[in-house]
Design a protein around this ligand. Structure first.
Ligand SMILES: [Zn+2]
Length: 340
C-alpha cells in the first residue's frame, strides 16, 4: 500500500535528503493543493544519491509557502538509500527500471510502481517530471520518450539540450508518457548549486504555465539528440580508469567526451597483453531492440579499443559502481525535431 498525504510532514522543509527517512517511507506520495487543480507530478530521489531534486523542490516550496500556483503531487522515491547517499541499497532493484512497460516485471517494487501509476493517472497530471543527477560531467539536459510538441515544450523549459530515447524500459517518464507530457531532467552532479538553481527555475516556469501547447520562443536554440545504443562493459572484464594491473584500462577523463561529436578512431581504452592477443572486445553495444551492434561502433586497433564510427556519447561516467549497475555510456546522433 502506498502512503498518501495531503500535506508535508511538519518540519520536512528543514531536512536534507539524507534525513527524509526520519519522517517518510519510500514511495510516499504527497498531494499539495494549488490554485489550478490539475497537478504537476514530481518524482525525486528514485536514486538515493541524486538529491538535487529535493534541494530544488525545497527551495521552490519555501518560496511558495502561502499558496502554490498549481497543485503538486510529489513522489519521494528511495529515502532509505538517500540516508546512506547511495543509488540503491544492495538488495534493491533499480527503482527507475521497475515502472510499468511492455515488460511484465514480477516483484514487489514493480507492483508499487504500478499502483502509483494507476493513482496518478486518475489525477490527470498536467505534466510529469522525474529529477535525476549524473555521475559524470554532462551538460544539464532533459530526456523525453516522445517528439510530441508538448513533450518538447516541457523539456525546453529545463534545457535547450534534449535527448529523445525509447529504451531502457521501465522508467518513470516512459510509464507516464502514456497519459501526460513527461520528462526526465538530469541536473549534473548531485548537490552542485548550478544544477539546483536551474531545476528551481524550471519548477517556477513549469508551475506558472497554463498549457504546454504553446510556450513562446523556447524552441529556437534547441538541440535534440536521439539515443541509438547503450555501451556496457562485459561482466567478466576487469577494468579501471587507473594505469594498473587490469585487463581493460579506460581513458582517464573519458567523460570530457560527453555531448561532443567524436570521430572514427577516438580511443576509449587499452587492453592488457592477454586480451590484445585474444582480440577480446571488452565492450558490448546493444541497440534499442537489444541487438548486438558492437562492431558498428567499436573495434580493436593494436592494443586499443577505438570508435568505428562518428557519434555523440552521453552519460559517460567514471564511477565504477555506476558502470556495473547501469552502463558506461549511451551513443547518440543529433536529429531535427518538429518545430511546433
Ligand atoms: Zn538517476
Amino acid at each position: 500500500m502506498i502512503t498518501q498525504l495531503n500535506h508535508l510532514p511538519e518540519g520536512l522543509l528543514n531536512l536534507s535528503a539524507d534525513q527524509l527517512h526520519t519522517k517518510l517511507d519510500n514511495h510516499t506520495l504527497v498531494h499539495l493543493q494549488g490554485k489550478i487543480k490539475r497537478p504537476v507530478f514530481i518524482s525525486i530521489l528514485q536514486h538515493g544519491d541524486e538529491y538535487t531534486g529535493w534541494d530544488a523542490l525545497k527551495d521552490y516550496l519555501n518560496n511558495h509557502q502561502h499558496i502554490l500556483p498549481r497543485s503538486l503531487s510529489i513522489l519521494f522515491g528511495n529515502v532509505q538509500a538517500a540516508r546512506y547517499n547511495v543509488r540503491q541499497l544492495d538488495e534493491q532493484p533499480d527503482f527507475n527500471r521497475s515502472w510499468p512497460s511492455h515488460l511484465k516485471l514480477d516483484c514487489p517494487i514493480a507492483t508499487t510502481m504500478h499502483e502509483i501509476t494507476d493513482i496518478m493517472k486518475l489525477h490527470k497530471p498536467f505534466a510529469s517530471v522525474d529529477i535525476h543527477n549524473n555521475s559524470g560531467r554532462n551538460p544539464h539536459y532533459s530526456g523525453i520518450n516522445s517528439l510530441d510538441p508538448q513533450f518538447l515544450n516541457l523539456a525546453s523549459l529545463f534545457s535547450d539540450t534534449m535527448i529523445y530515447f525509447t529504451s531502457p524500459y521501465g522508467i518513470q517518464s516512459g510509464a507516464f508518457a502514456q497519459f501526460c507530457p513527461s520528462v526526465t531532467v538530469e541536473c549534473g552532479l548531485s548537490g552542485t548549486s548550478d544544477g539546483t538553481e536551474q531545476t528551481h527555475t524550471f519548477l517556477e516556469l513549469l508551475l506558472s504555465q497554463s498549457n504546454l501547447i504553446q510556450v513562446p520562443g523556447i524552441l529556437e536554440h534547441q538541440k535534440v539528440y536521439k539515443i541509438f545504443a547503450t555501451v556496457k562493459i562485459k561482466a567478466n572484464i576487469d577494468y579501471s580508469f587507473i594505469q594498473h594491473d587490469h585487463e581493460f584500462i579506460l581513458v582517464n577523463d573519458l567523460d570530457f567526451l560527453n555531448f561532443h561529436q567524436i570521430e572514427t578512431g577516438e580511443e576509449f581504452g587499452q587492453l592488457n597483453q592477454q586480451l590484445t592477443q585474444q582480440k577480446t572486445m571488452p565492450l558490448v553495444v546493444t541497440d534499442e531492440s537489444d541487438n548486438d551492434v558492437t562492431s558498428t561502433y567499436f573495434t580493436i586497433a593494436g592494443n586499443k579499443v577505438v570508435c568505428n564510427k562518428s557519434f555523440v556519447p552521453a552519460m559517460i561516467t567514471q564511477n565504477i559502481q555506476a558502470i556495473r549497475h547501469d552502463c558506461l555510456c549511451y551513443i547518440m546522433q543529433p536529429i531535427s525535431a518538429p518545430i511546433s
